[in-house]
Write a protein that binds this ligand. Structure first.
Ligand code: WTA
Length: 411
């Protein structure tokens, strides 16, 4: 009865190209997540174009991106980009190691996947099991292999290229951010000569520059802050509800440039190499977290008066969270408290932010002006004794204590 009364036509809802499309929250260096707002016209155009050219998409392709659909990679390159091209996609919900570590390659063969897009953390995880689980499957449908989320170490790149792709498939190392909407530095498959670990060159319309501390553009081979000099269609339009924060976060440090927050190297051939975050952010398995965000989740626990979180290298996740906590007078450090704190961070932020190490810190290394010396904490987290210049430290006795309490967990 209901069906008979409605029209078969579904009129589209006409929108303005600058109407909001979605808001995706991403970590902010002050700890409060930012609502990155993308608009309809520019974002859709940009993800459709980058999808088509970076994966060399053809109608007969079967495309598979292993990302979580809730993150930007899933938005741009599972949802909007492929759908705008009418692409045939594999959607997968599950683990690359379950029921066994051949799962990915089994799916590749089953659906004859031609274009495959994943993250360095997944590659490093699978690499640990060697080439045999990969070689159980043919993978002869594969044509292009993509990576995203964090710098890919040349060793993982080589394994991906040689073992997974049998040196037949170009690897597209795509550098981009929630804020950029789509790929901004990337090779074009079979057209750009590759260098393992480099995201190579800018996509059409993207103009990168490398700046030094004083905001001067560096020419030729150089290292510094990666910025962009002009907008492209997919760039975010604002921080939802706080346009001022959009301006201060991305455009204040170096007026006239969009600041990525990443460090970058340019070699003599003009290739760009991302060196990692240079703000107070961490990249755990390709997901960005701010140290401030984790710190505030820790201090919300009544037993914690102060917390400082730094990154410690991790063989699979890239980086792991090493947390120093100073406890309230009278409270003593215990396994139970440690478990409670891990749970608290997990519940406040998400599973990805679960601390790997929590160390009892009777005091934190601070400058005389009270600023926590994170550089020193990073060394302690790595158990490295060469602390560099610590002459600005207010109380150096705390250092020895921190080395004594070091969590000697496996790296
Ligand atoms: C890092 C994910 C090196 C970088 C799409 C960036 C990369 C942050 C690469 C954005 C890559 C992403 N090489 N680093 N190919 N791709 N990154 O917003 O630090 O979750 O700023 O977007 O990931 O993370 P986001």
């Amino acid at each position: 009865i209901l069906l008979s009364g409605v029209s078969e036509e579904c009129e589209p809802e006409w929108c303005d190209s600058e109407d909001p499309l979605f808001i995706l929250y991403t970590s902010g260096s002050t700890g409060k997540p930012k609502g990155v707002l993308h608009t309809i016209g520019g974002y859709m155009l940009y993800v459709a174009t980058t999808f088509k050219l970076v994966f060399d998409y053809h109608p007969e392709d079967v495309y598979w991106c292993t990302a979580d659909i809730g993150w930007i990679t899933g938005h741009s390159y599972i949802t909007y980009g492929p759908l705008a091209n009418g692409a045939t996609s594999v959607l997968f919900e599950g683990l690359p190691t379950y029921p066994d570590v051949s799962r990915m390659w089994e799916i590749v063969d089953k659906y004859q996947v031609t274009k495959f897009y994943t993250a360095p953390t997944a590659i490093r995880l699978l690499m640990k099991y060697g080439s045999e689980p990969v070689q159980k499957y043919k993978r002869d449908s594969l044509k292009v292999l993509g990576t995203v989320g964090e710098p890919i170490n040349p060793e993982a790149w080589q394994w991906y290229y040689s073992v997974v792709g049998e040196k037949r498939c170009p690897v597209v190392d795509t550098f981009w951010q929630t804020e950029t909407g789509g790929h901004v530095l990337t090779p074009l498959p079979a057209a750009t000569p590759m260098k393992p670990g480099s995201a190579t060159f800018p996509f059409f319309g993207v103009v990168p520059a490398i700046l030094n501390e004083s905001g001067e553009e560096l020419e030729g081979p150089s290292e510094g802050y990666l910025v962009f000099k002009q907008p492209w269609p997919g760039v975010m339009r604002t921080v939802f509800g706080n346009h001022q924060r959009f301006e201060t976060t991305y455009f204040e440090q170096f007026p006239g440039y969009y600041v990525t927050g990443d460090g970058c190297c340019r070699d003599k051939d003009g290739y760009y190499w991302i060196t990692g975050r240079i703000d107070d952010m961490l990249n755990v398995s390709g997901h960005l977290l701010s140290t401030a965000e984790v710190e505030s989740a820790l201090v919300e626990h009544e037993a914690v008066v102060e917390a400082a979180v730094v990154s410690r290298p991790h063989p699979v996740k890239g980086e792991s969270l090493y947390c120093f906590v100073t406890l309230t007078e009278g409270v003593s450090f215990s396994r139970t408290l440690e478990a409670q704190l891990k749970k608290q961070v997990r519940e406040k932020i998400g599973a990805i932010a679960t601390p790997d190490f929590i160390q009892n810190a009777p005091g934190l290394p601070k400058t005389r002006s009270g600023k926590i010396m994170r550089r020193v904490l990073r060394k302690i987290a790595r158990n490295e004794r060469d602390l560099g210049d610590v002459s600005t430290l207010a109380d150096s006795s705390v250092i020895e204590l921190l080395f004594q309490n070091h969590c000697c967990g496996a790296m």
